[in-house]
Design a protein around this ligand. Structure first.
Ligand SMILES: Cc1ncc(C[n+]2csc(CCOP(=O)(O)OP(=O)(O)O)c2C)c(N)n1
Ligand SMILES: [Mg+2]
Length: 371
């Protein structure tokens, strides 16, 4: 039988168009703080919304103060957070105290709002071992520096929660760059196979240090990578705290109802440099790009919304700023009061029982430090 016309088997355009429709960014508030999708409005009381705004303002101050303290040589490693407050704090706001957080290096604010004493965060920044020793009752681990590794660990923690029959979730954070790592795929696949209660957040701030997101992957959205693993994925306006809260809360509900993990991609931007270790964003970002994103500032947007509901005033904001400065000053004092780290402190904290080579080094440094 003669074939009249050869038909294309994979209609690429059609395939991608069908997928794209599923990944339109979720938004509740537009840049002017107006509600554009009331059907997605989360169930949050006025008091709760004010509390979220207070946390965002407080955290912006922490970012500014951490930057100054770093420049004065009083802090060490620091990854700026300004611009990402909605992505970080509104995801966190949708959690409960029993939930477990596995952060990346930029996610110190979530740890603090989950109860980590600020002095601990400063000690972590200084590379002090005490900055990695957390109160036992907090379900937290210290920030992961290895890109993506926390995704695999989260699959494990979520499986543990499930095996114990607990009604809580494990949440983790990585960046757009992190979503190109093998660990990212392994983590979501494992949690998916076991339908474990995990939430995988990708904070897509457009860059992995200087590498633009477009050079990371040809995937039109990062959230759609989830679908291949059988996991629901959602893209959200990461500068809109109400939308971020709504998608995270829904993901949490699915997780505790035994429906498995979710991948959330937040579209965001870091206003500052990658870290304070010499990165210069003007070498890879344009002024126009910065300006465009500054208009989307999550604090400005939420302030406009709350002001329109008579829930926020300049005085309220100033009070939060003052309180933040005071608390930061106290926490730095507390961190300064901890004895400086000795080489033996570092070595003694590596293993419960030191290996022979570490034991040898402990002996050498104990001798040196005694002089
Ligand atoms: C496995 C691994 N490879 C490389 C690095 C070096 N590194 C540190 S941050 C970073 C970029 C990560 O970008 P992204 O995931 O987008 O997170 P962002 O810093 O933008 O929040 C890289 C490559 C690392 N820490 N770990
Ligand atoms: Mg990034």
């Amino acid at each position: 039988m003669a074939i009249k016309q050869k038909k294309v088997i994979v209609d690429v355009k059609k395939q991608f168009a069908a997928i794209a429709k599923q990944f339109e960014p979720v938004q509740v508030l537009n840049e002017n703080g107006e509600v554009v999708n009331p059907e997605y409005m989360p169930d949050l009381s006025d008091e709760k919304m004010v509390e979220l705004m207070e946390r965002m303002v407080w955290t912006r101050v922490l970012d500014q103060r951490s930057t100054s303290l770093n420049k004065q040589g009083r802090l060490g490693f620091y990854a700026p957070t300004a611009g990402q407050e909605a992505s970080q704090l509104a995801t966190h706001f949708a959690l409960e105290q029993e939930d477990f957080i596995l952060p990346g290096y930029r996610d110190v604010p979530q740890l603090i709002w989950h109860g980590l004493p600020l002095a601990k965060a400063f000690l972590f920044s200084r590379g002090h071992f005490a900055g990695n020793q957390y109160p036992k009752d907090l379900n937290l681990v210290s920030p992961q520096i290895i890109i993506g590794a926390q995704y695999v660990q989260t699959a494990g923690v979520a499986l543990g929660i499930q095996k114990r029959g607990e009604k809580s979730v494990a949440i983790t954070y990585t960046g757009d760059g992190g979503s190109s790592q093998g660990d990212f795929y392994e983590g979501i696949n494992f949690a998916s196979a076991f339908k474990s209660p995990a939430i995988f957040v990708i904070q897509n701030n457009g860059f992995a240090i200087s590498v633009p997101r477009e050079l990371q992957t040809a995937a039109p959205t990062l959230a759609q990578k989830a679908v291949a693993a059988g996991v629901p994925g959602v893209v959200v306006d990461g500068m809109d705290p109400l939308a971020v809260y709504a998608v995270t809360r829904e993901a949490r509900e699915r997780a505790i109802n035994g429906e498995g993990p979710t991948v959330i991609e937040t579209l965001t931007y870091r206003f500052g440099p990658h870290t304070l270790a010499g990165d210069d964003p003007t070498r890879y970002r344009t002024k126009e790009m910065d300006e465009e994103w500054l208009l989307k500032d999550p604090i400005v947007r939420f302030r406009k919304f709350l002001e329109s509901k008579n829930l926020w005033t300049v005085e309220q904001e100033e009070a939060v700023i003052e309180r933040a400065k005071e608390e930061i000053k106290e926490a730095i004092k507390e961190a300064d009061a901890i004895p400086k780290q000795k080489v033996t402190d570092l070595l003694n904290n590596m293993f419960e029982t030191p290996t022979s080579n570490i034991a040898e080094q402990i002996a050498i440094y104990t001798e040196k430090e005694s002089k």
